[in-house]
Design a protein around this ligand. Structure first.
Ligand SMILES: C[S@@+](CC[C@H](N)C(=O)[O-])C[C@H]1O[C@@H](n2cnc3c(N)ncnc32)[C@H](O)[C@@H]1O
Length: 209
């Protein structure tokens, strides 16, 4: 499992004028705790397992700018994104309901859009926020393709049941964002808007801590 603390959120938020942080897949809330070190107007995190969401809601109840929302990331994003004004850093890390907690196996969820919601999340972000200059950081690239990851390739039971690639990320964002792969940990993809920089390749290493 990767960590958003690999990334310098203060620098990213300042460079791209991001007001909000939105995470899919809360688990223990460690990414939310890290995001609280940056001055975001809103921090939203979505978790599908009710007990895990309830624990996180308790953990952050004193922080008025934090919302932990229980639900499937795809439904929650569809509802929340049209209401979010201003640029956002997305940390897309929802997969395998309950598996990190040890409640279920990695391949137990039979609905593939709940087990690996990334493709649908990407579609919804693209269609809900056509004019925003959002940053997207995707965790666990190794689920979608093999590569020279620090922590090796993905175990069999975590792989998608159908097509396995990240073409959908390029299909939706290649025209508006630089898209870079990082092979630290289990792999990340970082998308930054071309609008803010040169039209050439961006250097994602500058955003690592
Ligand atoms: C890798 S953990 C998240 C770790 C957390 N983002 C962090 O950085 O510390 C993945 C979490 O996503 C949740 N999850 C899985 N599928 C989901 C879905 N479709 N919608 C929302 N949450 C989901 C799991 O229950 C689990 O708690």
């Amino acid at each position: 499992m990767g960590s958003i603390s690999r990334f310098n959120l203060n620098k990213i938020a300042a460079d791209y004028k991001c007001l909000h942080f939105l995470e899919t897949g809360t688990w223990k809330g460690d990414a939310v705790a890290y995001a609280l070190q940056t001055n975001f107007a809103t921090i939203i995190s979505v978790e599908i397992v009710p007990g895990i969401a309830a624990e996180a809601q308790k953990r952050f109840q004193q922080h008025k700018n934090v919302r932990i929302i229980e639900g499937n990331s795809v439904s929650v994003l569809s509802k929340e994104l049209p209401l979010l004004q201003g640029n956002c850093i997305f940390w897309l890390d929802a997969h395998f309901p309950g598996a990190e907690e040890g409640i279920r196996r990695y391949d137990a969820e039979t609905n593939e859009d709940r087990r690996l919601p990334l493709e649908k999340e990407i579609e919804i972000i693209r269609t809900s926020r056509p004019y925003c200059k959002d940053i997207l950081i995707i965790d666990d690239l190794r689920i979608y393709e093999d590569g020279p990851y620090e922590n090796g390739n993905a175990p069999e039971d975590t792989l998608p049941k159908g097509d396995r690639n990240v073409d959908f990320v390029f299909d939706h964002f290649a025209a508006t964002h630089h898209i870079s792969r990082l092979y630290r940990d289990e792999g990340y993809i970082i998308l930054t808007p071309v609008h803010y920089g040169s039209t050439g390749q961006s250097n994602p290493e500058q955003y690592l801590t």
